[in-house]
Design a protein around this ligand. Structure first.
Ligand SMILES: Cc1cc2nc3c(=O)[nH]c(=O)nc-3n(C[C@H](O)[C@H](O)[C@H](O)COP(=O)(O)OP(=O)(O)OC[C@H]3O[C@@H](n4cnc5c(N)ncnc54)[C@H](O)[C@@H]3O)c2cc1C
Length: 378
């Protein structure tokens, strides 16, 4: 949907496609990167590989944080395409799921990654700018971000809920404590954020009303302001992104996006998703010193694992003797503890239509009344 915000603040709606309008920078025009619209399924049968579970959510918008979303707008390939690429096959004949699973897991274990580059995902996402800054560090994706030089930004700001509002972590300089800070402190912070954002929004509206260029009007909008983009990435690089961003070292807010996207991945390529969970999320790499520590306790025995005679455990001092630094010891202990299996499955009850998301975005776009007429400009 294209919205033309006129200088009187009236909104005129024109029909899709917005791509055309993006190329026509008419004065006073605002283009929202429209949520993807998926027409009613065509009666024509596709010859493309599809996954039923993915089709079910294609073009559906899943809310993230207070105003953000992720939508899977398109994908190319499924688990079978990883196998076809690995075998460079003609795609003829049917393979058993167990055969595909065995191969996909082998490829994932041994970092034979190029077959998974044959599967692609295209997302439409909206996130606060500080999340976008972390996200965009992943260079192996194609991005097209909403242009705040060309368009008016919806004035939506991220406000952390109390449950996720915490003091600085005392053990991790890059993170927050697990428990929330006092509720009164959160209320004070919300009050200050709202004041600051109102001021920023008013200034943005004032600058627009004075017909100052949008590329300048936007410069003091806070990092909590939501932006949006289309983001296309192949499976190999998506797995790398998700491994880093669903990890609890990543900021909780970007983890929230990672979790939803992992749920989408599970619907497109469930076998690759399972292998990623097993090897990348729940698996761990061992250093030489860590292997030596385990070798002091365990040995290979009759095709299985036996416990070495006379050893009951390894103390901190012995671990230090093997060359492990205090932090490495902490990390080894964390690796040995069996992790819980995360559940990234999507709740279809959360899914929203493109129209609903679009309406919310449009309602947040300011409608500045232009105050002064510049000479020579009508
Ligand atoms: C918890 C966490 C904390 C972080 N903290 C900071 C921080 O404080 N400051 C900061 O600046 N960043 C920080 N980052 C960002 C981080 O350093 C990486 O830039 C980001 O995670 C992207 O990783 P990547 O380069 O592997 O991914 P991508 O850019 O997607 O690249 C994928 C892979 O492609 C290859 N590749 C891509 N481009 C190149 C290249 N030019 N040369 C060689 N190989 C390439 C690499 O193998 C790379 O792993 C943090 C990331 C995380 C997850």
């Amino acid at each position: 949907m294209i919205v033309n915000v006129t200088h009187t603040g009236r909104k005129a709606m024109y029909a899709w496609p917005s791509v055309v309008a993006l190329n026509m920078p008419a004065r006073g025009a605002t283009v929202l990167l429209s949520p993807a619209k998926h027409c009613a399924p065509s009666p024509m049968e596709t010859k493309r590989p599809t996954a039923e579970a993915a089709e079910e959510i294609l073009g559906g918008y899943f809310p993230v944080l207070d105003h953000g979303f992720v939508a899977l707008v398109d994908y190319m390939g499924t688990d079978q395409d990883i196998e076809s690429a690995a075998r460079v096959s003609y795609g003829a004949g049917t393979r058993r799921v167990s055969q595909t699973r065995g191969l996909v897991r082998y490829l994932q274990r041994h970092a034979h990654t190029t077959p998974s580059e044959m599967v692609e995902f295209k997302f439409h996402c909206s996130m606060p700018m500080f999340v976008a800054r972390q996200w965009v560090r992943h260079r192996t994706a194609s991005v097209n971000e909403y242009s705040a030089r060309y368009s008016l930004l919806p004035l939506l700001f991220y406000e952390p809920e109390h449950a996720h509002f915490a003091h600085q972590s005392s053990v991790n300089n890059q993170g927050r404590e697990a428990d929330p800070a006092p509720v009164e402190l959160h209320a004070d912070a919300v009050g200050r954020w709202q004041e600051l954002r109102q001021h920023a929004a008013d200034t943005y509206g004032w600058l627009l009303a004075e017909d100052v260029a949008r590329e300048l009007a936007r410069i003091d909008l806070p990092l909590s302001t939501y932006t949006q983009w289309y983001w296309k990435i192949d499976l190999h690089n998506l797995l790398h992104f998700l491994t880093l961003r669903v990890d609890d070292h990543a900021q909780w807010e970007i983890q929230e996006y990672g979790r939803v996207m992992a749920g989408m991945l599970a619907r497109v390529a469930p076998i690759a998703y399972e292998a990623w969970l097993d090897y990348n999320v729940l698996g761990a790499r061992l250093s030489h010193a860590e292997r030596m520590a385990l070798a002091k306790l365990l040995r290979v025995e009759d095709g299985g694992i036996g416990v070495r005679d006379g050893v009951s455990g390894l103390g901190r001092a012995e671990l230090r003797e093997l060359g492990l630094a205090p932090r490495e010891i902490r990390e080894l202990l964390a690796k040995i503890e069996a992790p819980d299996r995360p559940d990234f499955s999507l709740d279809l009850a959360d899914m929203r239509s493109a129209e609903e998301m679009e309406e919310k975005m449009l309602a947040a776009v300011p409608e500045p009344e232009r105050r002064t007429e510049r000479q020579g400009v009508d």
